[in-house]
Design a protein around this ligand. Structure first.
Ligand code: ZN
Length: 103
């Protein structure tokens, strides 16, 4: 004799579920730990369905396009930052040249 992991009642070894150790009565009621496994399987199924969707490759190319756009923007902002630095340098040089003009 073995006991059910769900209700604790004694049941024959073979009437218990092999993995969850839950008796047939508890399994019939639906309040079983195996629900978690079913949920996980369902989640995996959803993920697989999502990734194998025909539109996913479109999404993938869109994302890679966005990534390249971001890279371009990064490069542009770097160039602009350098230009601003150069301009600052020019302004500083001009200030040095014209001391007493500002104040
Ligand atoms: Zn039970």
């Amino acid at each position: 004799m073995a006991t059910c992991s769900q209700c604790g009642e004694k049941a024959s070894f073979w009437s218990l579920d092999i993995f969850t150790r839950v008796c047939q009565k508890c399994r019939a009621s639906g309040a079983r730990p195996a629900t978690l496994g079913c949920g996980t399987l369902l989640l995996i199924g959803i993920v697989v369905a999502l990734f194998s969707r025909p539109g996913f490759s479109d999404l993938e190319s869109q994302v890679s396009h966005l990534q390249s756009t971001v890279e371009e923007l990064k490069k542009l902002s770097k160039t602009q930052t350098n230009e601003i630095r150069e301009l600052r340098f020019v302004i500083e040089e001009q200030r040095k040249g014209g001391v007493g003009k500002d104040k």
